[in-house]
Ligand binder design. Structure first.
Ligand code: K1U
Ligand code: ZN
Length: 172
């Protein structure tokens, strides 16, 4: 089932999310709903707070259609355990901040640990777009948006555009 995506500014997007304690069928179904919502948007990632659920769960798939089969990843309690000194600059977007893009600097490579949908512990090193995306999604779990990396004036400009968008959407 597709879920509606919250648009910034929304207090739920600024909250620190709680760790997932036990994997239940409801949580597995939630992960499936998030993948469906992400692919439909379309996007390459989605974090639970973006659909109003304040738990540490993200999904991502950074495989471009032309590059091969999809690789949906579901991560419960994801944690960056190591980061490279080398950095990467990527023009990021966010499904909670539609049509706004800005360059963000982050570590180029990260080692991430998480629990998968079967309850198994996983660990993998991510590079390039995967590394950017997984860091962007884990930031969501800590109430941080990509615009928080920007200068205050630029952030304010984007926030005002989103307030206007929300007013317009509420009228229709
Ligand atoms: O978290 C989100 O809001 C999803 C976001 C993830 C992301 C994008 C770019 C850099 C870092 C993280 C998106 O998916 S925005 C949409 C997007 O980037 C995209 C959409 C369709 C095809 C390819 C990319
Ligand atoms: Zn986002």
């Amino acid at each position: 089932m597709k879920r509606p995506i919250l648009i910034h500014p929304d207090p739920r997007l600024k909250k620190h999310c709680d760790p997932v304690a036990d994997l239940s069928d409801d949580l597995r179904k939630l992960a499936d709903d998030m993948l469906e919502t992400m692919y439909d948007a379309p996007g390459i990632g989605l974090a639970a707070p973006q659909i109003g659920i304040l738990q540490r769960l993200i999904v991502l798939d950074c495989v471009k259609e032309e590059d091969g089969p999809a690789r949906p990843l579901v991560m419960f309690n994801p944690k960056v355990v190591a980061s490279s000194d080398e950095i990467n600059v990527y023009e990021e977007g966010c499904l909670s901040i539609p049509d706004q893009y800005a360059e963000v600097t982050r570590p180029k490579m990260v080692q991430v640990q998480w629990i998968d949908q079967s309850g198994n512990e996983q660990s993998e090193e991510f590079d390039g777009l995967w590394a950017t995306c997984v860091q962007h999604e884990i930031d969501h779990l800590d109430g941080k948006l990509f615009i928080d990396y920007l200068k205050p004036l630029k952030r304010q400009m984007i926030t005002r555009k989103m307030q206007k968008l929300k007013r317009e959407r509420a009228r229709t």
